[in-house]
Ligand binder design. Structure first.
Ligand code: OOG
Ligand code: NI
Length: 459
């Protein structure tokens, strides 16, 4: 009997990401339209801006651009979250970052499951923004008990998925047949269900408390609620969406448009009303909206200093606006953002000199030809063109932006104010492990690239 070798978790993730995209495209036709629009825009940008094309070639990002997408799900219990962490681990995805969305009126806290090493990200940068509902924020004890009892009855994983997770943990991986089966079984957790697990009246009660609570509690599983492609120019896509029958939210979340993109800019279009059968109905008479569309543009990962500057400028612009950004104040919000962000250096050199962003370092042809440069300082190597710095791409999310995306898809009912705040410890206890500090990951990647680059030119 021949023993099949293990398939790398990175390849399992790559296949899973593709399978998820195929499923979503079939279920939500607008997602297909969005993918086409993004693809066309990226193609145009690469043709029009050779500098961007060169930069993406240099960093290797060009190869992952078309594969790049993130999704989001919301779960209801600690045990669901903990098992999800184990499921994602089979695909080489770890929980990175902690996002508390309660200050923005959304009763969840979240993490992003993703690959953590630059080589693994290169094979598949697939990420899943994963939120845990904070049932303790439901004030009505009866309703909270009801929600808990409904959640206690469901199992969001197939028996085969659970078996394969256990097998991977016990023997250290999955072979080709098992991996294929794992992808199919894991996908079931994220599928949309046309029937609810509660009656129409119970759904109304949950929804009246918060639409998000109904979305998590009333269904068999944590349906994937969006899948987001990465564009090279979000303003163009935003402007063209209406012509493709898609209505975007009023403002783009994140930093304003810049020469040197930083962090993450995002926009979305509203969730669709979809027919649902409640338990007291034998046909699909009700409806629920959860699934929406989103696009993102990624820029440089910022250091703690850069992030502090970003947060300060964002808060200053929002304070001056005096309200959540909306259709009525969108133009003023954009103007305020541009004005305040004038303070943030908008060049690679400026951001590097002030220590605002993380970089990857590459030996240039000139540097390689010169050789024996190990003793020269980095500043001289950069100045003389022996080494080139490219911003490290931001792989994570932004809490204020995420809250804006949630809000725009949930409607006004979501503008609740919660007294209780951040509870990372409780989240990690539910997760069954700590979350990884994203800043540490960027610092490590930067250091590895610097080491490799210096080794290459010291030969
Ligand atoms: C997640 C919303 C946040 C993002 O990209 O920041 C988000 C959700 O609605 O479950 O998608
Ligand atoms: Ni998203």
């Amino acid at each position: 009997m021949t023993v099949q070798p293990f398939v790398s978790p990175d390849l399992i993730r790559q296949r899973f990401s593709k399978a998820m995209s195929d499923m979503y495209r079939e279920e939500v036709p607008l997602y297909g339209a969005l993918l086409q629009l993004v693809e066309q825009t990226n193609h145009d940008v690469l043709e029009r801006e050779p500098q961007i094309a060169a930069q993406l070639h240099n960093s290797g990002e060009i190869e992952r651009l078309d594969m790049e997408r993130h999704g989001a799900i919301r779960v209801g219990t600690a045990s669901e979250l903990a098992t999800l962490a184990r499921l994602f681990a089979v695909m080489g995805m770890q929980p990175v970052g902690y996002y508390d969305l309660t200050p923005a009126g959304v009763p969840v806290h979240s993490t992003a499951f993703r690959a953590v090493h630059e080589d693994a990200l290169q094979i598949s940068p697939f990420r899943v923004f994963t939120s845990l509902l904070r049932l303790e924020l439901i004030e009505d004890p009866e309703l909270r008990a009801f929600a808990e009892s409904v959640l206690a009855k469901r199992t969001i994983f197939t028996p085969a998925a659970l078996q394969l997770i256990e097998r991977a943990e016990t023997i250290g991986g999955l072979n080709a047949d098992e991996s294929e089966e794992f992808v199919l079984q894991a996908l079931e957790t994220f599928r949309w269900h046309h029937s609810a697990t509660v009656s129409a009246a119970q759904y109304q009660t949950l929804s009246a408390q918060h639409r998000l609570i109904a979305d998590v509690v009333a269904f068999k599983g944590p349906h994937i609620n969006h899948l987001t492609p990465r564009t090279l120019d979000i303003d163009i896509v935003q402007a063209q969406m209406p012509a493709h029958g898609i209505t975007p939210k009023a403002v783009i979340e994140g930093p304003p448009r810049r020469q040197c993109p930083i962090l993450l800019r995002q926009t979305s279009f509203k969730a669709l009303e979809e027919p649902i059968a409640f338990t007291d109905q034998n046909q699909t008479r009700g409806s629920h909206s959860a699934r929406f569309g989103e696009i993102e543009q990624r820029g440089a990962a910022l250091t703690p200093k850069g992030r502090a500057l970003y947060d300060r400028l964002l808060n200053a612009a929002r304070d001056e606006l005096g309200d959540f950004p909306n259709e009525g104040n969108a133009a003023r919000y954009n103007a305020l953002m541009t004005q305040h962000f004038g303070e943030f250096p908008d060049s690679i050199e400026g951001m590097r000199e002030q220590g605002l962003a993380y970089f990857r370092y590459f030996a240039t042809e000139k540097g390689l030809a010169a050789g024996s440069l190990a003793q020269t300082s980095l500043e001289y190597l950069l100045r003389d063109g022996h080494v080139k710095a490219e911003p490290l791409v931001y792989e994570d999310f932004l809490p204020v932006s995420a809250a804006g995306i949630f809000q725009s898809n949930l409607g006004d009912a979501a503008q609740t104010h919660y007294g209780e705040h951040s509870n990372r410890q409780a989240f990690e206890q539910a997760l069954g492990r700590t979350t990884i500090d994203e800043l540490q990951l960027y610092a490590e990647t930067q250091q590895r690239s610097l080491n490799e680059c210096l080794a290459a030119i010291s030969k």
